[in-house]
Design a protein around this ligand. Sequence first.
Ligand code: FUB
Length: 324
Amino acid sequence: MKKQNTPLVTDIFTADPSAHVFNDRIYIYPSHDIPHDGEDNDNGDEYQMQDYHVLSMDDKSDEVIDHGEVLHQNQVPWVSEQMWAPDAVYKNNTYYLFFPARDKEGNFRLGIAESSKPEGPFSPRANCIKGSFSIDPCSFIDDDGKVYIYFGGLWGGQLEKYRTGKFDPQGGEPPKNEPAVCPKCGIMKDDMSEFEQLPVDIQIVDENGSPLLSGDEDRRYFEGPWMHKYNGKYYFSYSTGTTHKIVYATSDNPLGPFTYQGVILEPVIGWTTHHSIVEYHGKWYLFYHDCEYSKGINHRRCVKYCELKYNSDGTIQTITPQYN
Ligand code: FUB
């Protein structure tokens, strides 16, 4: 297997890794950062991605295969720009790639592309998912075959602009002493054509059952949701954005409420942090990105991975980023 805590590939910049095991191999669905010289801003204009590559690896060698470009924005009729963090799921003998991008009006929406192979290429649908908005879709398939799409991101990802249920260009985060903006979840119809019903809020609460507050920047949701199951419990993990941590909350129900548990990954080099968690051959791995290779340039990120360990009570051991 590739050496831990080193970039999976360095000939392209990659970020936001969604890792899954398909056919006994780990497939990674990352964003593909474009290395321009523009400035950073709070709207995420520096993240100018236009296409997706798929990476894959196994534990028989240290080789990571880049399967090349599998989808470009020019192929997707509804997209104008910014193909951000994708994810993939296998259902109905099809690999579905879920991805966010700005539509022709400049609003983020979620799209779907399909393939018969995990490494693509993927054929996009002509329209985005009806009722979708914001960014960072995580496509989780439960043991009963239901597919849940967790999504949402603040600031550039526009999540706070939907607090009234509709897009409000002036919409902002709530005052610091009010409940934080919630991530969303839509359940797909069995035929994967669209959401079964409008997406719902995913509540994240503290140990007393109170919603995390908007001012609680060490714990409240910012972006980058991931869902995995361990010993029958649902683990919802995400980035805290402004405090740069990957944290998690657990529940007995995939729609929550989720109770905050702790930190999975301490801040990495670079503003954003975004991860996935996958089990492979009896061990658990955290896939993440950082900006070590580009010496801290926020939009030139590299995907890495490391082992993730649980304590006997099911809590996750906090990882401090290691640099080689
Ligand atoms: O890669 C662009 C954005 O940066 C993602 O959508 C966020 O999760 C953050 O990693």
